[in-house]
Design a protein around this ligand. Structure first.
Ligand SMILES: [Zn+2]
Length: 497
């Protein structure tokens, strides 16, 4: 692997190593990955970040981004050096005020070597000065930065952060954020949480956003462009901030007719999942050409194409359901993606029922009956789909089908107690599929390992006896397609590069 030394300090650090006392011999480099088998190089070992302060300047005309990231962290082992994940060009790194040397390695690693080794449990203030053109940077041959006619957007899963801030890029290290970005007057900047302030000077306007609850790196979002911003308050009192690119053309009406219902839908979801966990909600639609939407915390990202055929509240339900399923309670590892997608899809089924367009049971029956046993759909195991199938339709539809099987097995009372209790139990933290199985067994008082094995972990279609016993597709006939099916299917491309 090619390793490019960027600072002469690295040599000095190497000779310094010879001078450190024997007691520091246990100091070792932090791992270049946090230990996720799906993505071995994602995240890093040896420290934990609690806060990101990003103070940046962005020029839409050239896509140039520059500024300073200040990370508050704590070491979790004796460290001789540690990594951040990042692609832009770094000019200086300081640790607790002192200049550190740095180098790049791998696809997206920034290796930082402090002047002196760091003991376990040392509080760190890491300052990284950088600049670059995100649209020119690739890792693994791809670029997730979204360039628009009037700006740039970062909203990608699992990869999104590398193009705009240095981070420990894995959902298991969540942190709070202050994101303050200067853009030319007339351009807006939108991010997560609450807009704390705006100020203008010498042709530039600074927008300062705060996301004050723990947030995974892929859920941090950057959106610079010319937006119409709407504000309001949901019936239950949640402040709503939405933003729409001024050049959405024919989809502008359908996008607004969907996303302006974010407050209503958030209130409706909170009846199932418990109180909304953040200070604001909303959504934004820049003029991108992607096909997906993403549950960026408090402020989901939507593509114009989500509304190409008219309004679609189902996609809004999906992304807002993620605020509990994925954002409030995040995956421990990427293999746990069912905790996000199975439940966000099931919320769409509940919305269909609410709208009188087919019950969750009818949609589950339709999924089961309309997919033949030899359909590759059943080869995907939603409980551990593999990185290549992380966002396969089976994680969504088979994943939600598993929830209907669970509901039928344990009854509505226990099922809806679980939907409300889980987000509270693991609030602002992380959990795994295994944690969910144990939690569901605890609430229902029933052994459920067999049921979850059948519906989440077998690489085959559950047979007729299993379906009968879970009250799925009890009739021999293939049910009629539920009215909501096409609207829900239109959200199937919600993730992807
Ligand atoms: Zn989703």
């Amino acid at each position: 692997m090619h390793r490019r030394i960027m600072a002469p300090g690295a040599l000095a650090a190497a000779s310094l190593m010879l001078a450190i006392p024997a007691s520091a011999a246990s100091h070792s480099p932090g791992a270049p990955g946090i230990g996720d088998p799906y993505y071995p190089a994602y995240g890093n070992g040896g420290y934990d970040v609690s806060h990101y302060d990003l103070r940046l300047k962005y020029q839409p005309a050239t896509d140039e981004l520059e500024g300073t990231a200040t990370l508050l962290a704590k070491t979790t082992q004796d460290l001789s050096r540690f990594n951040l994940d990042f692609l832009l060009d770094v000019s200086e790194v300081r640790i607790n005020g002192a200049k550190a040397s740095f180098a790049t390695s791998g696809e997206h690693e920034l290796e930082i070597t402090p002047k002196k080794p760091l003991a376990k449990d040392t509080p760190l203030t890491v300052v990284v000065r950088y600049r670059g053109v995100p649209s020119t940077k690739e890792a693994y041959g791809f670029n997730a930065w979204l360039r628009t006619p009037d700006g740039g957007v970062a909203a990608g899963e699992p990869e999104g952060a590398w193009w705009w801030f240095p981070s420990n890029d894995h959902p298991s290290d969540k942190a709070t954020y202050d994101v303050s970005v200067q853009v030319p007057d007339g351009t807006q900047f939108v991010s997560n949480g609450t807009l704390q302030s705006t100020s203008s000077r010498a042709g530039w306007t600074r927008y300062s956003w705060r996301s004050n609850k723990p947030q995974a790196t892929y859920l941090a979002t950057f959106a610079a462009g010319k937006f119409d911003v709407t504000t309001g308050t949901s019936e239950s009192g949640i402040p709503v901030i939405n933003a729409y690119s001024k050049d959405l053309g024919d989809v502008a009406g359908a996008a607004r007719a969907s996303i302006e219902r974010s407050g209503e839908i958030t209130d409706w979801l909170s009846e199932y999942f418990g109180p909304y966990p953040y200070s604001t909600v909303g959504g934004y639609v820049p003029n991108t050409t992607t096909g997906y939407a993403l549950e960026t915390q408090t402020r989901p990202y939507y593509s114009p194409s989500n509304f190409a055929n008219g309004s679609n509240t189902s996609v809004v339900v999906h992304e807002l359901a993620h605020q509990w399923w994925g954002d409030l309670v995040s995956v421990k590892g990427w293999k746990d993606i069912w905790i996000n997608e199975g439940f966000a899809r099931y919320a769409q089924w509940l919305w269909s029922e609410h709208e009188g367009e087919g019950t969750a049971q009818e949609i589950a029956d339709y999924v089961y009956a309309s997919r033949a046993a030899d359909d590759a759909f059943w080869k995907v195991r939603p409980g551990d789909p593999g990185p290549e199938n992380q966002f396969h339709i089976a994680v969504y539809d088979r994943g939600a089908l598993a929830l209907q099987a669970l509901r039928n097995e344990i009854g509505d009372d226990a099922f809806f107690t679980i939907l409300k209790g889980w987000p509270a139990k693991y609030a602002y933290g992380n959990a795994s599929v295994g944690d969910f199985v144990r939690y569901a067994e605890g609430v229902s008082g029933k052994p459920l390992a067999g049921l979850f094995d059948t519906w989440l972990f077998q690489a085959s279609k559950p047979g007729a006896p299993a379906a009968r016993s879970a009250s799925i597709a009890k009739s021999a006939e293939v049910p009629v397609q539920p009215k909501s099916w096409k609207k829900i299917a239109a959200t199937n491309e919600v993730h992807g590069h």
